[in-house]
Design a protein around this ligand. Structure first.
Ligand code: UTP
Length: 299
């Protein structure tokens, strides 16, 4: 084993979520629900399943609904207890976090993902850590971060979740330049943020799950002092490729990723998660079926 255990995770949730205005004027994007669970709950569950014990949220103004969500709700719990609604009590329990397991740091200005991660530096210290972007929701038999932790135990260094995208979509992602392709794991020799289709070094795009060495925080530190504007996480990770660096690996996860930061992705996830719920499946699929039939008939 080359790596240290990963027990801390950073959840950057300080973005303005402008693609979901006007909703995000007063509701944090991460509180928006897929069926009946907010996006952040999916990310927390995935982190827990991967052995994360400390949860660090990088928040901003207007995100207090997120903090309230993870608090105990004694009045609600008592009401459910008195009514004998034990199933709902169990559901509520999944939202409770142990005292001290969750920490909030503030990003005062939305200066990019790299800057948001850097805001957690004092809580991370000199340890490897995970980063989960809650707007990337991943449906998988074995949760994505748990798959990555297993692979990371072999590689150490830094690991990013990747998926294959067509060249026309590369400009929406960070893209890996591949040194060695070992199947599920690929070793990177570079990373390019949002390349043009013809300049993309591969078809492997980075999505919102990372396991990072503390060295990446040091890199972000330098960028903080040097650069203006947005601070890119990709650049700080890319510094770790090659002989001198701690190493960067891409991981081709098994599962389906939904970009819930975009309207189309959020709607696709809503349909997919609705259809996968045993309590809704029959009613929902027959509704969709009828809807499509009606649309076809009207054409
Ligand atoms: P996005 O690029 O999706 O930005 O951020 P956004 O502000 O959330 O949404 P749009 O584009 O305006 O609709 C990706 C992740 O990085 C976080 C976001 O909260 C999201 O989880 N982020 C982004 C920060 O925490 N701080 C930033 O300065 C930027």
């Amino acid at each position: 084993m080359k790596s240290r255990k990963v027990t801390k995770a950073v959840f950057p949730v300080a973005g303005m979520g402008t693609r979901f205005l006007p909703a995000t004027k007063s509701i944090p994007k991460e509180i928006m629900t897929l069926v009946d669970r907010p996006l952040i709950q999916y990310a927390i569950d995935e982190a827990r399943a991967a052995g994360i014990k400390e949860f660090i949220f990088v928040t901003s103004r207007g995100k207090s609904a997120l903090e309230d969500y993870f608090d105990h709700a004694p009045e609600l719990e008592n009401t459910l207890k008195r009514a004998g609604k034990n199933d709902l009590l169990e559901v509520l329990k999944t939202t409770n976090m142990d005292s001290g397991a969750i920490a909030y740091v503030r990003q005062n200005r939305a200066m990019g993902l790299g800057h948001a991660v850097w805001c957690a530096r004092r809580l991370i210290g000199n340890e490897p850590f995970a980063v989960l972007l809650p707007d990337d929701v991943i449906a998988a038999e074995k949760p994505c971060l748990a798959q990555m932790v297993e692979a990371y135990e072999e590689t150490g260094g830094n690991m990013v979740a990747t998926m294959e995208v067509p060249p026309s979509k590369a400009s929406a992602y960070g893209v890996l330049d591949i040194a060695e392709d070992m199947g599920a794991i690929v070793k990177a020799k570079g990373m390019v943020e949002k390349p043009k289709a013809e300049e993309a070094p591969s078809n492997l795009a980075v999505i919102g799950r990372y396991i990072l060495s503390p060295k990446v925080m040091t890199n972000l530190n330098k960028m903080k002092q040097g650069a203006g504007g947005e601070i890119q996480l990709t650049d700080a990770i890319a510094e770790e490729v090659g002989e001198e660096g701690t190493g960067v690996y891409g991981y081709r996860f098994s599962g389906q990723r939904y970009d819930c930061g975009s309207k189309a992705g959020f709607l696709q996830a809503t349909v997919a998660f609705g259809l996968s719920r045993p309590d809704l499946q029959d009613e929902f699929s027959s509704y969709l079926h009828d809807l499509i039939a009606q649309q076809k008939a009207a054409q």
